[in-house]
Ligand binder design. Structure first.
Ligand SMILES: Cc1cc2nc3c(=O)[nH]c(=O)nc-3n(C[C@H](O)[C@H](O)[C@H](O)COP(=O)(O)OP(=O)(O)OC[C@H]3O[C@@H](n4cnc5c(N)ncnc54)[C@H](O)[C@@H]3O)c2cc1C
Length: 212
């Protein structure tokens, strides 16, 4: 699969414009084109009167090696990197100890999930209430000014940002593609699938509660 970066099209472009742009950039005919998927979709809105969509695409073509060799000087065309999560460990056949994770915030939840996926039987401890109980306590503060020091917007299942709008902007320096694994798990848990490719991904207010 080939990755093409910096495909820029007017904001009102059609899917067939995108396909044409791929053929043009790869200098191939339609019969050599198999398909594509969007890896990243962003905007170039530096000029208000001329807003563009900017894509990074992964494209399947026939004779990939030939196409790549022909375009070797084009720095915007490369082999698609392997973004699959590489497991850092595997549990022994019969694990004798169970890892302990303290706190059910994003770090604790992801650590516990990964440990379980690697075959361990982690135990996660959380001092606060379940996310549904927290929701009631948080709304009691926001709407009725009733403060519960043990259960609030900061503490409890889901962690500090559970009641935020879920902005996910921290994927800039990620050479090992760890962020990709996190986003894929978010989608499995109910996040909108477009977070996998939008340049400024966003889960949406209160969706985090059901995801947690
Ligand atoms: C209002 C708000 C909005 C935010 N919005 C965003 C956003 O849109 N995008 C974004 O990327 N980030 C956002 N953040 C930041 C984000 O929430 C934090 O970076 C993130 O929660 C940190 O995760 P964590 O797991 O390290 O810690 P925390 O989320 O703080 O989780 C720690 C967990 O440990 C529990 N705990 C603490 N002590 C103990 C103990 N002794 N025993 C057992 N459990 C314990 C706590 O109850 C908590 O559940 C927001 C934060 C806030 C407060």
């Amino acid at each position: 699969m080939l990755r093409i970066t910096e495909i820029k099209l007017p904001i009102n472009h059609t899917p067939s414009d995108l396909a044409s742009a791929i053929l043009y950039r790869l200098q191939i005919n339609l019969d050599e084109f198999i398909g594509y998927h969007i890896f990243r979709q962003g905007y170039d809105a530096r000029r208000r009167d001329k807003i563009f969509m900017v894509y990074t695409l992964d494209v399947d073509v026939k004779n990939e090696a030939q196409v790549l060799a022909r375009l070797a000087d084009d720095t915007h065309i490369m082999v698609t990197p392997n973004t699959q999560y590489q497991w850092v460990a595997h549990a022994p056949q019969t694990p004798t100890i169970r890892p302990l994770v303290i706190g059910a915030g994003p770090c604790g939840l992801l650590a516990t999930l990964l440990l379980a996926q690697m075959g361990f039987k982690p135990i996660m401890l959380e001092r606060g209430k379940s996310v549904r109980e927290r929701t009631k306590d948080t709304f009691a503060l926001w709407r009725k000014r009733e403060f519960n020091a043990e259960s609030n917007v900061q503490f409890g299942e889901g962690g500090a940002g559970t009641f935020s709008d879920g902005k996910l902007y921290t994927q800039i320096k990620d050479p090992n593609h760890y962020g990709r694994k996190v986003l894929e798990e978010f989608v499995k848990a109910g996040a909108p699938p477009e977070i996998l490719y939008l340049s400024k991904p966003h889960i949406g207010t209160f969706r985090l509660v059901s995801m947690v």
